[in-house]
Ligand binder design. Structure first.
Ligand code: NCW
Length: 467
């Protein structure tokens, strides 16, 4: 092959075939918004700087035995100081959007009361630097780092009110430049993992009534937050939430299994997205919980179901469901030991969830606009011949993208996608041991290196199609 160009050489060797028919269109609409996502506690570090108040995750991660390897977010990716470098990484990728969260305790160190100007200044700098780079920020107001000073945390209804005050306040400060806000990230994680399973802050194992009340305070915070943002933000500001709906996918694509998956999705998310979209706790949930059902005050459900401009979904793992003759009409299938997983044991691979999840949400509640607020994977990231060739993460993404592509082609209103995550970061109870980044972070030196997945994503964005 010497003397030939690469393509000629490959073609000459019969390695580039000529297609027999037009290839399937793998492109996304021109105005599809490609982005990356992070969260404050997972990347910022600088936990004692510029007046930041202590959070539940500072306390939890410093409690021996709670986080793998005794890791904590004290330094994390040091993005508090290196945000300009991180924005340069995004510019190199070519993303048009960035989903970031604000640390509530930088703004209100005590959770409420007197705002801390240095915290506001920090986020003004980040937002202005993003805009100067041509990247539009999508701001999440709560991604799990709760000011420790709030008495009782999410067990106390007042926390929902404090959240609304903070959310409205920051929307007022930023909405001249930030046009999209998400109230909370993953209700199910900060309520259930923190208060039922006990593996996230604050590490409690409450009884069913206690858990349901915490869930109610979380959804109430979201709803009151929506109202406060609308009251204080510039007209036209778009508001939604980032939900980790549990997505039930049909075991096969036939009407009875699809109907079963839809019913399961609605019922199994009764305490979160179903309540938010329907404005009530459905009978199945109330009957199931009995005396442990949440205590609801007048006006709560109206607040919780405040109309949204968009629904954003964090999509990782599918649940499977089949139609059944029993009273529920479906049975769910537990995760199987032999199912493929990425590096996090909970991250069962199932690309179809990228299609069925948003489709179920659309069919059930018809939101005007959908985003994927997170999707991505943990992987081992070995260095091979000087490259971090994370072919497993690329494989994962390519297959999920195929399903997003199908969704868009069928007309579901998916407008944008945020890849989790821009870079390796503090992965909660897994510490730094689980890497979700498309940039590798050497936590000893803070050097960031693009992985193969970053090069792949850059090419997807550049071409507007799956490569
Ligand atoms: S659900 C989850 N994650 C990762 C995290 O980095 C991000 O902040 C979250 O929004 C990636 O996306 C979300 N992490 C925790 C999952 C733990 C599941 C453990 C279940 C065991 C019962």
């Amino acid at each position: 092959q010497l003397g030939y160009g690469l393509a000629t050489g490959l073609a000459g060797a019969g390695l580039i075939g000529s297609a027999k028919a037009a290839p399937i269109d793998l492109s996304f609409p021109k105005d599809f918004r490609w982005g990356v996502a992070t969260a404050a506690y997972q990347i910022e570090g600088a936990v004692h700087e510029d007046g930041r108040g202590q959070t539940n995750w500072d306390v939890f991660s410093h409690t021996p035995g709670k986080v793998a390897n005794g890791d904590n977010g004290d330094v994390a990716c040091d993005s508090y100081h290196r945000y300009a470098d991180d924005i340069q990484l995004m510019k190199n990728l070519g993303v048009g959007t960035y989903r970031m969260s604000l640390a509530w305790s930088r703004i209100f160190p005590e959770g409420r009361g007197k705002p801390n100007q240095k915290g506001i200044d920090y986020y003004n700098r980040v937002v202005d630097t993003l805009l100067a780079a041509g990247i539009e920020p999508y701001v999440t107001l709560f991604h799990w780092d709760l000011p420790q000073a709030l008495p009782g945390g999410w067990q106390n209804r007042d926390t929902a009110l404090a959240f609304a005050d903070y959310a409205g306040f920051m929307a007022g400060k930023l909405s001249d430049r930030v046009h999209n806000f998400m109230t909370v990230n993953e209700l199910r994680c900060f309520t259930d993992l923190g208060h039922q399973v006990g593996i996230h802050a604050p590490g409690l194992k409450l009884d069913a009534a206690g858990v349901n009340q915490v869930r109610h305070h979380g959804t109430l915070a979201h709803g009151l937050g929506v109202q406060a943002i609308r009251a204080q933000a510039k007209p036209g500001t778009q508001v939604g939430l980032a939900d980790n709906t549990v997505f039930y996918c049909p075991v096969m694509e036939t009407p009875e299994h699809i109907a079963a998956a839809k019913k399961a999705t609605r019922e199994k998310n009764a305490m979160f997205l179903t309540a938010i979209m329907e404005g009530r706790y459905i009978d199945e949930y109330l009957t199931e919980q009995g005396a442990a059902a949440p205590k609801v005050q007048a006006g709560d459900m109206a607040a919780i179901s405040s109309p949204l401009d968009f629904v954003a979904l964090n999509i990782y793992t599918p649940e499977w469901v089949r139609a059944d003759d029993g009273p529920a009409g479906y049975v769910t299938i537990p995760h199987i030991a032999s199912s493929p997983r990425m590096a996090s044991p909970w991250l069962v691979v199932g690309p179809e969830v990228a299609y069925w999840g948003p489709r179920m949400v659309s069919e059930l509640w018809g939101p005007k606009t959908l985003y994927i607020s997170e999707n991505g994977a943990s992987a081992d990231d070995p260095v091979i011949n000087g490259h971090i060739d994370d072919v497993d993460r690329v494989m994962y993404l390519r297959n999920y993208f195929g399903n997003f592509r199908r969704l868009v082609a069928e007309g579901y209103p998916l407008k944008g996608y945020f890849l989790w995550s821009l870079m390796d970061n503090f992965e909660w109870a897994d510490g730094y041991g689980k890497r979700f980044g498309i940039h590798y972070v050497d936590f000893a030196t803070q050097v960031r290196t693009p992985k193969l997945s970053a090069l792949w994503y850059r090419e997807v964005i550049r071409q507007g199609r799956i490569v």
